[in-house]
Design a protein around this ligand. Sequence first.
Ligand SMILES: [Cu+2]
Length: 205
Amino acid sequence: MRKSLAVLVLASFVFGVWALVGVSAVSAAGGTIEGTVTFDGTPPAPKEIPPTKDKQVCGKAPILDESLVVDKGTKGIQWAVVAVRGVEGKWNGKGATLDQKGCTFHPHVLVMPPGKVTILNSDGVLHNFHSYSKKNPPVNRAQPGFRKKMDVELKQPEIVKITCDAHPWMAGWIVVSDDPYVAVTDAKGDFTIKNVPPGTYSLEV
Ligand SMILES: [Cu+2]
């Protein structure tokens, strides 16, 4: 099995973004692909966004622009999505949850199987979940402070941008994937994709 597992990396990255990838472990369940997505050059300084509304809740902790988060030391990029292409596999059936906390989306990038995502409102203020989906019906739905949970269906694989119409700085992404071989990089830019069946694949970032 060891010899039949190979990983081919395609250089289809955005400018200034690199990925180091290796196959670190191979077991009966498949191979583990690990890597780091890094920023090439001088990363921009983190930008803080002052909340303009619901300041008593949204201003409790600093809100940072998460559109490009780079670790100062390693230059690793957080929130990059890495997917193995051309492989089929089943999710283990866990449901997905997205929280609105401190008037930001947690996590900023959510990877989920097709189906239901439960949107939480931990803030107790009015949020308005707005999805810019094309393959799935777009959602534009108010979630008042008293509604702690709200279910949204995303049945088709798609990368969906999400915002909140009540708080213009709130932004995030939901990646609906047919297979579980997708990962989001952590604060150091690292990712791990486990149990990849033997084969030759390309990775997409
Ligand atoms: Cu909001």
